[in-house]
Ligand binder design. Structure first.
Ligand SMILES: Nc1ncnc2c1ncn2[C@@H]1O[C@H](COP(=O)(O)OP(=O)(O)OP(=O)(O)O)[C@@H](O)[C@H]1O
Ligand SMILES: [Mg+2]
Length: 340
């Protein structure tokens, strides 16, 4: 028995007729620890669902399944347990389902988030439609005001759907290398130009600091525009109190993190900053430091998630540094040479 189960990759134990652990393989020892041989299986496994499965396998003969919940460091794990009678032993195998459980959880969270983000503007729209049909039917001033709000809410839904589509598109082609030869300084200049009205409205000046020589790199122009539009827009929206945003393009010779020559683009604002514990989570979908405020400025929290996927596709790196009260610097490194 020991020889046989040691040839198998899953954690496996055999429980003898005396209900004691008769054999274990190395993966099982890694999972449950040493010194199990000879112990009563109840002491080794403890979880009622698994113990029931073992009992049923012994009595009924047919293999039975159960779930085993474990812990690996600070991570919860889930195993699918199969108990089956083999001769006089019950063989218990553990199949790690943690990744599948996690993916399922992510999907449920995602659907819940999307539904919530769509429901909020929809509820507002329905409320205004009702008011327009009733109380405000003959009030021209109120009608105009409500129509304006309704337009904003409808625009928010459109933006959300656009962002979701954009996210699934960038996820789809993350493995396809971008092929255009992009002049990154020109991209930054056109992004800043496009955001001029927004910057003026927020009373923020945006300046571009770029070297005199032209820098080109392999990339996807549309996607790089999307990246820097979001970063500069964030700096304007959330860093407005600082009054000025600097976009700096500089060569980044021999970046060990890129394994090639690269360029560095920094988007620097002098706004209120982000506290350290939020920073690692900013690129998660729908993650917002202050969802109320972000929503008020039209944010869906998908921007940085999209940015991260695009930078990955370009084999680049992104990092965020921030000091509360002083401002935020988002640094993007992009490789210049395309290596296979
Ligand atoms: N420069 C910044 N200063 C302070 N907070 C920032 C800055 N950039 C991003 N954040 C925070 O990170 C969150 C996530 O940014 P992200 O771009 O992903 O979403 P968003 O701007 O809210 O929405 P979207 O980009 O989809 O319109 C923001 O809601 C904001 O709380
Ligand atoms: Mg944004």
């Amino acid at each position: 028995m020991t020889t046989l189960i040691n040839a198998l990759p899953l954690p496996i134990m055999a429980v003898g007729e005396d209900e004691r652990v008769r054999a274990v393989n190395a993966p099982l020892v890694a999972m449950l620890g040493p010194d199990l041989l000879g112990k009563h299986h109840v002491a080794a496994l403890r979880q009622p669902a698994v113990l029931d499965a073992i009992m049923m396998a012994r009595q009924g003969g047919a293999p039975t399944t159960a779930q085993y919940l474990g812990r690996d460091g600070d991570r919860d794990t889930t195993y699918r347990v199969v108990a089956a009678l083999a001769g006089r032993d019950v063989v218990v195998s553990f199949e790690d389902q943690t990744a599948a459980e996690y993916a399922g959880q992510m999907r449920r969270d995602f659907v819940a988030n999307v539904s919530h983000e769509l429901r909020t503007p929809l509820t507002a729209l329905l409320g205004f439609i009702e008011t327009l049909g009733g109380a405000a039917r003959n009030d021209a001033a109120a009608r105009d005001r409500f129509l304006e709000i309704m337009t904003n809410e409808a625009n928010r839904m459109t933006r959300l759907v656009d962002d979701l589509l954009s996210l699934s598109r960038v996820e789809d082609d993350e493995r396809v290398r971008p092929r255009e030869n992009v002049n990154i300084g020109d991209v930054l200049a056109s992004v800043i130009k496009g955001l001029e009205p927004q910057a003026a409205a927020a009373d923020v000046t945006v300046t571009l600091d770029r070297p005199t020589q032209q820098v080109t790199l392999p990339g996807d122009t549309g996607q790089l525009v999307q990246v820097f539009t979001n970063l500069v827009e964030n700096a304007i929206k959330y860093g407005a109190s600082g009054g000025r945003v600097v976009v700096r393009l500089s060569p980044a010779a021999n970046q060990p993190r890129l394994r090639s020559e690269g360029v560095q683009i920094e988007v620097i604002d002098h706004g209120e900053g982000i506290s350290a514990h939020h920073i690692p989570r900013l690129t998660e979908r729908f993650y917002r430091v202050d969802s109320h405020r972000s929503r008020a400025v039209g944010g869906t929290g998908l921007g940085l998630a999209i940015v991260k996927h695009i930078i990955n596709r370009h084999r680049g790196r992104i990092s965020i540094e921030s000091i509360v009260g002083q401002g935020t610097t988002v640094r993007v490194l992009l490789p210049i040479e395309s290596k296979a």
